[in-house]
Design a protein. Structure first.
Length: 112
């Protein structure tokens, strides 16, 4: 390594710039993955609440009355409607706010 005249600082800055570019490219992807993971948990809870209420309705334990359900510091709105395509069926829907602030609705039908 005698008489080594290189561009140490220039090479160091280039390597540092490549590392920073890679990190800044990966961070939004990781943030989106974390948000989707949280949305999956919220959606699963909404499905669970919907099917729990539909089963209770079919067993005659509850009436088809809209209500707001607060579970694990989240608000879910239960909505009942007549199912227009199939007489004798009622549609139950759960409306909730996902992690990104958008409202989503999950619906399913049950026998009266």
């Amino acid at each position: 390594m005698r008489n080594c005249k290189g561009y140490v600082y220039l090479e160091l800055m280039a390597a540092f710039s490549v590392c920073i570019f890679l990190i800044l490219s990966i961070l939004p992807i990781i943030d989106e993955l974390i948000t989707h993971r949280k949305d999956i948990v919220i959606r699963t809870e909404a499905h669970h609440l919907l099917y729990e209420r539909l089963t209770s309705f079919m067993d005659g334990e509850i009436q088809a009355i809209g209500q707001e359900i607060i579970n694990k510091k989240r608000s879910y709105e239960l909505i009942w409607k007549d199912h227009g395509d199939f007489p004798g069926m009622i549609e139950g829907c759960v409306r909730y706010e996902n992690e990104s602030g958008k409202f989503e609705t999950i619906c399913d039908a049950a026998k009266r």
